[in-house]
Design a protein around this ligand. Structure first.
Ligand code: A3P
Length: 295
């Protein structure tokens, strides 16, 4: 219990100008020695953009579309989280030691903190981006339930912190743009959460092609069915209910919360939305990323 109290809500720590959850910040220096393998696939996202969803899709693809094999462990074991570190829990790097190749890895790191070996080895990346308003609302709810984050305060103050890039992993605007830029020179499949919601099978086919797999159409149907929000919400190996409630309290807000595009409308006030739009136009000026606020 004492350990848990120590873990609870430490202030963010800055690494190379990027604010991070304290324990993750402590993992960054040793992580720079991480040796990527050329057949690794990295799932990269800003938090709350569909990481778990695309992880489940890729794990299924990598395990012969066999549902039983996907039941072998929780998603955070099947797809190790590179920078994860927290007192009393195995780190992402430790979990990787038991992960056979070809490996799936997860990160939320901006490029300034990414281990160089991933770039040197030209590791394939599946990047998922989600519209900033839905990310903010999802992140706010996640802060309330996941206690490694600082207390998010009121919705209005959290929104301001998000816009200023003063939340864990820093600026959403920079994250989506720098990974987009990198996709012009590095093998990155850049996906959008809204597209996945609109037509999951189309996006699953893109992922299959990117990782060089070919499966019959009924297998695409099976993957889409198994990774639907409805299925993942009730799957204890995908919905994070196996994590101790001291770390993630699903009674405050479930990890699998709503799983829709456009939910921000139920949280943003008209004034907050106007202010956000003005700030957004400035931050994203000159960027050709086609985000959609709803589908
Ligand atoms: P909401 O909080 O808006 O519901 P991440 O995995 O990157 O942390 O993202 C979590 C967000 O993705 C949550 O959003 C969660 O509900 C949503 N999500 C997870 N699995 C999903 C799925 N299969 N379909 C749609 N949304 C999903």
């Amino acid at each position: 219990m004492e350990l848990i109290q120590e873990i609870s809500r430490p202030p963010l720590v800055y690494m190379n100008g990027v604010p991070l959850i304290k324990y993750f910040a402590e993992a960054i220096a040793p992580l720079q020695n991480f040796q990527a393998l050329p057949d690794d696939v990295l799932i990269s996202t800003y938090p709350k953009s569909g990481t778990t969803w695309v992880s489940e899709i890729l794990d299924m693809i990598y395990h012969d579309d066999d549902l039983e094999k996907c039941q072998r462990a929780p998603i955070y074991v099947r797809v190790p989280f590179l920078e994860f570190q927290c007192p009393g829990l195995p780190s992402g790097v430790l979990r990787l030691k038991d992960t056979p190749a070809p490996r799936l890895l997860k990160t939320h790191l901006p490029l300034a903190l990414l281990p160089q070996s991933l770039l040197d080895q030209k590791v394939k990346v599946v990047y998922v981006a989600r519209n900033a308003k839905d990310v903010t609302v999802s992140y706010y709810n996640f802060h309330q339930m996941a206690k490694v984050h600082p207390d998010p305060g009121t919705w209005n103050s959290f929104l301001e912190e998000f816009m200023d890039g003063k939340v864990s992993y820093g600026s959403w605007y920079q994250h989506v743009q720098e990974w987009w830029e990198l996709s012009h020179t590095h093998p990155i499949l850049y996906l959008f959460y809204e597209d996945m919601k609109e037509n999951p099978k189309r996006e699953i086919r893109k992922i299959l092609q990117f990782v060089g797999r070919s499966v019959p159409e009924e297998t695409v149907d099976l993957i889409a069915q198994h990774t639907s929000f409805k299925e993942m919400k009730k799957n204890p190996l995908a919905n994070y209910s196996t994590v101790l409630s001291d770390f993630m309290d699903h009674t405050i807000s479930p990890f699998m919360r709503k799983g829709i595009a456009g939910d921000w409308k139920s949280t943003f006030t008209v004034a907050q939305n106007e202010r956000f739009d003005t700030h957004y136009a400035d931050k994203m000026a000159g960027c050709d990323l086609p985000f959609r606020w709803q589908i």
